[in-house]
Design a protein around this ligand. Structure first.
Ligand SMILES: NC(=O)c1ccc[n+]([C@@H]2O[C@H](COP(=O)([O-])OP(=O)(O)OC[C@H]3O[C@@H](n4cnc5c(N)ncnc54)[C@H](OP(=O)(O)O)[C@@H]3O)[C@@H](O)[C@H]2O)c1
Length: 254
């Protein structure tokens, strides 16, 4: 996710490559990143002094990354994308009075189509909020939210692409099981997801209307949809979001 954001920033032109320094401790991974990230971004093994630190480690490694940043610049501004890690936790591991911002992006950021939810403490300088919003605008849309909603947003938009991939996979598997060749199944499922998503994104109609438009009484879509309902599709989705939210709560508590 960190490298996706860096690539987005460079492609967008909001920051120039020379303004960015990527910390990657693993030597092999540094070489891979050098080919993935175009331009003259410096890739280093240890944390340098910087104005902003974008923390893109796993949640359990955040405290260590914060400490490494604070050791070189105790006034550095911390921007964390770690699931579940609260502003309070960031403050606990950083210097007193440090500025912390919490962001939850999602994986379509890789193609500039992400959605990033941002929250920060009351009293965070407007210039910091604006800078972070501009950073994440380079990889998609941004919204400011209250921190109390962050873990739910994580469960919906952060994890959401995985639920959608699982559904696409199930649709592909069903198509193959019922007789379509693999390549054809993949192609038609891909196109169905992209087409339906674009209609959802551009159409001002709600989802029920979009669905009703293609559901003739007594027809094929009605028959298929009834089966999804019979197998408690909605209940499964609700439970998935609830479980992911709970997991984010737990990550924040550790
Ligand atoms: N993937 C998503 O869709 C998504 C969406 C939203 C938010 N996030 C959040 O983004 C974060 C990263 O997720 P990811 O999937 O990109 O994980 P990832 O691929 O494991 O990337 C984490 C990176 O952080 C490095 N790292 C760990 N500790 C470090 C330290 N102290 N200093 C410098 N680098 C350190 C790791 O290096 P080593 O391998 O050497 O440990 C690894 O390269 C997570 O907190 C996740 O909650 C992810």
């Amino acid at each position: 996710m960190g490298s996706a954001i860096v690539r987005g920033l460079i492609a967008d032109g909001f920051l120039s490559a020379s303004d960015i320094c990527v910390v990657e401790r693993n030597e092999k991974r540094r070489h891979v990143l050098a080919t993935e990230i175009a331009g003259s971004v410096s890739l280093v093994a240890t944390v340098p002094s910087a104005e902003f630190y974008l923390l893109a480690t796993k949640p359990q490694d955040i405290a260590e990354a914060v400490k490494a940043a604070m050791d070189v610049n105790e006034h550095g501004i911390l921007v964390s994308i770690a699931a579940g890690v609260t502003l309070e936790t960031l403050h606990k591991s950083s210097s007193s009075g440090s500025i912390c911002v919490r962001v939850m992006p999602n994986v379509p950021a890789v193609i500039g189509q992400g959605l990033s939810a941002i929250c920060s403490d009351d009293g965070t300088p407007q210039s910091v909020n604006e800078f972070v919003a501009q950073l994440f605008s380079a990889v998609g849309d941004v919204i400011f939210v209250d921190e109390s909603k962050m873990n739910l947003i994580t469960a919906v938009s952060g994890s959401g692409p995985a639920y959608i991939y699982l559904f696409a996979e199930a649709l592909e598997d069903a198509a193959v099981a019922l007789g379509l060749p693999h390549e054809m199944a993949k192609k038609i499922v891909q196109k169905t997801f992209v087409g339906a998503s674009l209609m959802y994104a551009v159409d001002d109609e709600d989802l029920r209307s979009l669905r009703r438009n293609i559901t003739s009484p007594g027809g094929t879509t009605a028959a298929g949809t009834m089966e999804l309902e019979r197998y408690a599709f909605r209940r499964a989705v609700f439970s998935a979001v609830e479980a992911a939210q709970k997991k984010a709560d737990q990550l924040g508590a550790t």
